[in-house]
Write a protein that binds this ligand. Structure first.
Ligand SMILES: *[C@@H]1O[C@H](CO)[C@@H](O)[C@H](O)[C@H]1NC(C)=O
Ligand SMILES: *[C@@H]1O[C@H](CO)[C@@H](O)[C@H](O)[C@H]1NC(C)=O
Ligand SMILES: *[C@@H]1O[C@H](CO)[C@@H](O)[C@H](O)[C@H]1NC(C)=O
Ligand SMILES: *[C@@H]1O[C@H](CO)[C@@H](O)[C@H](O)[C@H]1NC(C)=O
Ligand SMILES: *[C@@H]1O[C@H](CO)[C@@H](O)[C@H](O)[C@H]1NC(C)=O
Ligand SMILES: *[C@@H]1O[C@H](CO)[C@@H](O)[C@H](O)[C@H]1NC(C)=O
Ligand SMILES: *[C@@H]1O[C@H](CO)[C@@H](O)[C@H](O)[C@H]1NC(C)=O
Ligand SMILES: *[C@@H]1O[C@H](CO)[C@@H](O)[C@H](O)[C@H]1NC(C)=O
Ligand SMILES: *[C@@H]1O[C@H](CO)[C@@H](O)[C@H](O)[C@H]1NC(C)=O
Ligand SMILES: *[C@@H]1O[C@H](CO)[C@@H](O)[C@H](O)[C@H]1NC(C)=O
Ligand SMILES: *[C@@H]1O[C@H](CO)[C@@H](O)[C@H](O)[C@H]1NC(C)=O
Ligand SMILES: *[C@@H]1O[C@H](CO)[C@@H](O)[C@H](O)[C@H]1NC(C)=O
Length: 648
């Protein structure tokens, strides 16, 4: 947006108009003072925002600014911003007596009814902000008489227009925002009237229910248009080519708008384009190879994620050296990552995840010195992770999960001192992970290494430099006994040590850290011993202790999922299970040594899955549970009860 149109008259400080020293000498005239007092009478000022509106000099009232020589009122600035409280009531026609008014801001208040028609008579108005001011209904077409207006903000879900023909009268307009107003009857009819506004530089018609475009324009008059946002509409149409004639465009945002057809290659030739966001248009396609072989001279932000990009990335991608933010996730891109990517030295964010990229990660990736986030998960990448990755000193997020990467995790990873999230899960990585891998990682919060074949080799007195929140090391070989370094961690919410080759009992200090856990999976180890009672953990947590050698009575934490199957638990199922496990939806006690009867209170649980098979339970099945397996209850309660009857 442009600088404030008359900053030389007034200073805006926390939403309040403040006078400069000399200006306090001016005095407003009696007629304008009277008009403002009448305006005040109509307003509902329940928060006393207008308490300064008394006395003779209205130039000193809050929200009022005057011309510093004539004393004429130039600005009525009453937005409900900066923690203020909304005004309500009626805008009286006396406002129209302020003939010199240039600036009127009533945004975010609680006025009701329609936008007053007499606003159109404020012919000197340059700035009109009615954004979410409480007005509803049709925007009056006579606003088109405001030929001096430069800024018009009529954002509001409760406003609508039938057509925008009147807007062609706003010949001085530089800025138009109609965010969330209902323009469903306008269709493509905004284009021709707004094309008559040669000074328009920022146009925001976001979430306006626009549909369709006009494809033929005799001439493209949008000669000043720099910022165009049409996101959140339902065009269901191809992009018109005349867009490509607007050489002034700096930023184009048409996300999430049901665009179809192909992305015009001409976007790449727009000489001033810095930002193009066309993401979330699932029927919009382009050939990657063609699109990124073009100029893209000044492009900094390019988001074409969740569209239909296909084909491979050209080596010429390396010429887009202004790129800062590059998001192509969730497309159909195949082929390799060109090593020329190393030339994109300004790149801070790159997301190529959820594509079909093959080949290996180029060594040149280590040249992206400004990179903050690197996301390449869910591709078909092979080969090893280059150790040059340790050069990415600003990296906070590294996500390489769900590929076919093999080899070891380079220990240069341990140099990434800003790293907070590391996810290399679901690959074919092998080798030892040592203390060196975590050497400088003091900010690491998410460590996701699961589903590889790592061996963790750290000393028994290791104190990690990080405080991790999510620690997922399923299928990593963690050593014979329960990892003692975990004791230093005070913020763990998610812990997966499943299939980690751990035996022996869980140390007592561990049960002190479970009270904040939301996910615990230590299944498929050789853990033994008793589970403490009470077992403190967040309700709605998932707890999987299955396939170990735990014994003693079954614990009853109040959780969402409890899998104790394939252990040595014994004794009976506590009578009060129905009361103490109120949020349980999955319970498996299968494959233990439980005896006694199934408690009747179990019928009070709203279970999706219940598995009691392979125990020594006896007695009759409580009728409440018997009901669970009947089709009637299955329909009514949307529950599936897998009751194991074989030993009952
Ligand atoms: C004035 O506004 C307050 C707060 O919104 C409301 O409770 C009150 O009913 C309004 N009074 C009138 C006269 O509209
Ligand atoms: C009024 O403002 C103008 C523009 O900033 C300035 O040049 C002039 O000196 C001011 N006049 C007075 C009386 O303050
Ligand atoms: C007015 O401002 C307050 C505080 O910022 C906010 O809580 C309230 O929602 C605003 N009112 C309206 C109608 O936007
Ligand atoms: C209009 O007011 C709203 C809320 O006070 C503000 O966010 C918006 O930037 C303003 N519009 C213009 C063009 O200044
Ligand atoms: C203002 O606009 C209305 C409707 O657009 C028009 O009929 C009227 O003549 C205009 N008034 C002036 C003074 O231009
Ligand atoms: C372009 O703008 C000029 C001047 O505002 C106007 O006369 C002309 O009709 C406009 N052209 C189109 C196609 O709207
Ligand atoms: C757009 O530009 C092309 C080539 O520069 C030109 O041939 C065409 O006439 C222009 N279209 C409009 C509507 O101005
Ligand atoms: C790509 O950049 C190189 C220099 O880095 C330049 O020689 C070449 O002409 C550029 N290619 C295109 C198609 O812009
Ligand atoms: C990847 O390629 C396979 C096989 O051609 C295809 O079935 C799949 O949809 C592709 N995935 C993506 C994200 O393009
Ligand atoms: C990684 O896989 C490739 C084939 O995809 C193979 O040639 C290479 O030897 C493997 N490297 C290691 C270290 O296993
Ligand atoms: C584990 O680390 C120790 C000390 O650094 C080393 O002596 C040992 O060889 C390592 N074991 C494996 C399997 O790498
Ligand atoms: C725990 O981990 C095992 C092995 O990876 C997996 O099969 C199981 O689904 C996990 N449990 C939960 C509750 O996610």
């Amino acid at each position: 947006m442009e600088t404030f149109p008359f900053l030389w008259i007034i200073c805006l400080l926390s939403g309040e108009l403040i006078w400069g020293g000399v200006a306090q000498l001016v005095h407003c005239n009696a007629a304008e003072r009277g008009a403002l007092l009448d305006l005040k009478m109509g307003l509902n000022d329940s928060w006393n925002r207008l308490s300064s509106w008394h006395g003779t000099n209205c130039c000193q009232w809050s929200g009022i600014a005057c011309d510093n020589t004539t004393g004429a009122v130039l600005a009525v600035d009453l937005p409900n911003s900066s923690g203020r409280r909304p005004l309500g009531g009626e805008i009286r026609p006396s406002l129209a007596k302020l003939k010199s008014l240039k600036h009127l801001d009533l945004s975010e208040n609680k006025f009701s009814g329609k936008i007053p028609h007499f606003f159109s008579t404020l012919e000197n108005l340059q700035y009109l902000n009615l954004s979410f001011a409480g007005f509803s209904g049709a925007i009056p077409p006579n606003l088109g008489n405001l030929s001096n207006l430069q800024f018009l903000d009529v954002s509001s879900v409760s406003l609508n227009v039938d057509n925008l023909e009147w807007a062609s009268g706003l010949v001085s307009l530089k800025y138009l925002n109609m965010y969330s107003a209902d323009l469903s009857k306008v269709g493509g009819g905004w284009i021709e009237p707004l094309n008559k506004l040669p000074l328009l530089s920022e146009l925001r018609l976001e979430f306006c229910f626009l549909s369709g475009f006009i494809y033929y324009l005799p001439s493209v008059n949008f000669t000043s248009l720099e910022f165009l946002s049409l996101q959140g509409n339902s065009f269901e149409a191809n992009l018109p080519n005349w867009f490509l004639n607007i050489s002034s465009l700096v930023s184009v945002d048409i996300r999430n708008s049901w665009l179809t057809g192909r992305i015009p290659l001409g976007f790449a030739e727009l000489p001033n384009l810095e930002s193009l966001m066309l993401d979330y248009n699932v029927k919009l396609s382009a050939s990657c190879f063609q699109l990124f072989s073009r100029s893209w001279k000044k492009i900094q932000v390019l988001d074409l994620s969740i569209t239909e990009l296909h084909g491979r990335l050209p080596a010429l991608l390396g010429n887009m050296t202004s790129l800062i933010h590059f998001d192509l996730h969730n497309n159909h891109i195949d082929g390799g990552i060109p090593s020329s990517i190393g030339k994109l030295s300004n790149l801070q964010y790159i997301d190529l995840s959820l594509n079909n990229l093959t080949g290996s990660l180029p060594d040149s990736i280590g040249q992206l010195k400004n990179l903050v986030e690197l996301r390449l998960n869910n591709n078909l990448l092979q080969g090893s992770i280059p150790s040059s990755i340790g050069n990415l000193q600003r990296l906070t997020t590294l996500t390489l999960a769900s590929n076919k990467l093999n080899g070891t995790l380079p220990d240069s990873i341990g140099l990434l001192s800003e790293l907070s999230s590391l996810d290399v899960s679901l690959n074919k990585l092998t080798g030892v992970i040592s203390e060196a891998h975590f050497h400088s990682l003091g900010k690491l919060e998410n460590i996701i290494l699961s589903e590889n074949s790592f061996v963790l080799n750290v000393s028994s007195i290791w104190v990690p430099p990080f405080q991790v929140i999510a620690l997922e090391m399923g299928s990593c070989h963690l050593g014979m006994s329960f990892p003692s370094w975990l004791r230093s961690q005070k913020r763990v919410l998610v812990l997966d040590f499943s299939g980690a080759g751990i035996s022996g009992s869980i140390p007592n200090w561990f049960w002190d850290m479970t009270s904040i856990l939301a996910f615990l999976n230590v299944s498929f180890n050789s853990l033994e011993g008793h589970i403490p009672n009470p077992f403190n953990i967040i309700s709605y947590a998932d707890v999987d202790l299955s396939s170990n050698q735990f014994k003693g009575p079954i614990p009853l934490p109040n959780v969402n999922l409890l899998d104790l199957s394939n252990n040595q638990f014994s004794g009976s199922i506590p009578e009060n299970i129905g009361q103490v496990m109120s949020v349980l939806s999955f319970l498996s006690l299968s494959g233990n040594k439980l005896t006694g009867a199934i408690p009747a209170s179990m019928g009070e649980l709203s279970l999706d899955v219940l598995d009691l098979s392979k125990n020594n339970l006896a007695g009759s099945i409580p009728s409440s549970i018997g009901n669970c397996s009947s089709l009637t209850v299955l329909d009514l309660q949307k529950t599936i009860c897998l009751v194991g009857f074989q030993t009952l």
